[in-house]
Design a protein around this ligand. Sequence first.
Ligand code: CMC
Length: 391
Amino acid sequence: TGHFTYDQGFVATASCKSAITYIDGDEGVLLYRGYPIEQLAKHSNFLEVAHLLINGELPTADEFKAFEHEVTHHTMMHESLKTFMQGFHYDAHPMAMLCGVIGSLAAFYHDKLDIDDPEHRRLAAIRLIAKMPTIAAAAYRYSIGWPIRFPRNNLDYCHRFLHMMFEVPSEPLDLPPVAAKALDLLFILHADHEQNASTSTVRLVGSTGANPYACIAAGIAALWGPAHGGANEAVLTMLQEIGDAKNVAQAVERAKDKDSGFRLMGFGHRVYKNFDPRATIIREMCHKVLNELGVSDPLLDIAMELEQVALKDEYFVQRKLYPNVDFYSGIIYKALGIPTSMFTVMFAIARTAGWVAHWLEQSADPTVKIGRPRQVYTGPVSRDYVSIDKR
Ligand code: CMC
């Protein structure tokens, strides 16, 4: 293979240096800027975590106020974006809309954007964090034929999002207190995860000097697949298909059969080979939220049975396959009234904090090179052209 190594799927290649997130996959450790995910989940909030990821430090009270004010100031969507959205077919997947609309922001902010200027870069990051929930909620409302709601900027980040999703003019939105709290926690847990496929994509596109909105649109595209962020949607579809706890054993058998093409969605991780610390927090949260909402979801029983059966099974034990962050998150989203097609969009809102943090880190580093992997060529050796009448 010449002067490079073949590393299919980058299982053993570090593509960059980063000071943002640390994972120890054997020990089940996840740190954002040194802070354990368990502590952040318990005490912090999503915007504070976004500040931490972007700036490297938890904000002081004044810094937090300023950061929240700035994010709030940028939540509005350009009026012409609504026209842009109307070009989508009514049943477009919200991830397709999110990817397209975020990419189109490159056309809205290009003339004022100088990516060599740190202040311009910071502003692009703030805009993305601020506008993502507005655009996400707009995509949802468009899909059900409802008019888009203005962001209510007297509310905090998560309440504002829930209002944009579900509010109707005539009735006050009666949200149970646990709803915004649960959402905030899910956003914290999904905010960053070092060089996952979508973040690596953002960095790869960013390494060419591309527009930041285009970089994040590329990240959204990478997140969409069921092996990555699309898993939360796929888990729910899978649980619905299993339909009953008594069918669980059969589903587990099918997942072990390589010819079936079926995998247990929400199981396994490239880096975690012991447990996913986010899954532990989410499992607990799932019970709490359902309890507080007074919701009993038969899918939770199926999920718990599936986890128990798989964790005792030789196949899963040997391969160190455990429930990951996406295994229980969908059940919580469903309890909050968020439709299945929006689950990966929810992931994208949260991961935007990580994507922009990585893009900022990379863009500030003058030593960064364009991402350009090599390949192992397997095609024909050199041969001569044959004219069409002789083939
Ligand atoms: N069900 C059944 N078998 C599995 C599963 C699964 N979910 N995951 C991995 N395996 C098997 C796989 O067939 C392979 O077996 P063998 O060694 O006999 O060939 C072995 O376990 C190792 O799997 P791999 O595909 O080489 O592992 P990877 O690191 O390339 O893939 C993964 C990691 C997360 C893509 C994979 O585990 C998977 O497809 N899981 C289901 C989708 C999922 O839940 N994705 C969300 C990941 S976490 C959040 C996120 O990133 O968005």
